[in-house]
Design a binder for this molecule. Structure first.
Ligand code: HEM
Length: 198
């Protein structure tokens, strides 16, 4: 993958992570979301806090795991960060699935976020099970797919910006974003894996 694109992925992932730390670490819960989402977050504070803080660790650490130099020179660090990443996916995915049951936008949102959570955990498991069997290329491929799903946190926020700019009511565009935030990422990841490149 192009170096500039990799840098853009890193910067946008760090940007969303820092945003989440600031908003969920220091401000009132639900201050930056739709009033109905705020009600749902306040009713399930443990679910949303577990989800946000574990997921943002995965989002922020993921790009470093793809750095070849880091992998080659500091394999112990790659293994340690990889384990932390996968634990965060498990916690973030389970709590994300839980929050999907109450997500804004009805059944379309519940299914979109719910399926994303299932695929997130499943692809993380495949990445792990392949590396413990020393299948390095297979592990790499599953991680490309898994991180593309993690990156839904960034594409969702780009979609939110575009949605607001378009003038379409939030109630109308948000349920679609529950799918559009990850399906294009998944398609791009599958194309990268198919090409056999990085
Ligand atoms: C990839 C699997 C993910 C799933 C299935 C998922 C699911 C969800 C769900 C269901 C909600 C509640 C939405 C609502 O109530 O309408 C939510 C909110 C949130 N998620 Fe995730 N999420 C994922 C990844 C991430 C990642 C990687 C981050 C990293 C920062 C993240 C950060 C947040 C934040 C900050 C919110 C609160 C809403 C906001 O402030 O915009 N999520 N997520």
């Amino acid at each position: 993958m192009n170096k500039i694109l990799k840098l853009l992925i890193l910067i946008s992932a760090l940007f969303v992570s820092v945003y989440a730390i600031f908003v969920y670490g220091f401000l009132e819960l639900g201050i930056a979301v739709h009033p109905m989402m705020k009600v749902s977050f306040k009713a399930h504070p443990i679910g949303i806090y577990l989800h946000v803080f574990s997921s943002l660790i995965a989002l922020a650490t993921g790009p470093f795991q793809f750095n070849e130099k880091l992998r080659n020179n500091k394999i112990h660090l790659h293994r340690l960060v990889g384990k932390i990443y996968l634990i965060c996916i498990l916690i973030g995915g389970l709590s994300g699935f839980y929050m999907a049951l109450f997500s804004f936008g009805g059944m379309i949102s519940h299914l979109g976020f719910g399926l994303l959570a299932v695929l997130w955990i499943f692809t993380g498991y495949k990445a792990y099970s392949s590396i413990i069997r020393k299948m390095v290329q297979v592990h790499y491929n599953w991680m490309v797919i898994n991180y593309a799903l993690t990156f839904a946190a960034v594409t969702l926020r780009i979609g939110l910006g575009l949605g607001f700019a378009s003038g379409i009511p939030f109630e109308v565009f948000y349920p679609n974003l529950a799918w559009l935030c990850w399906i294009p990422n998944l398609i791009v990841a599958l194309m990268i894996v198919r090409k056999g490149g990085d």
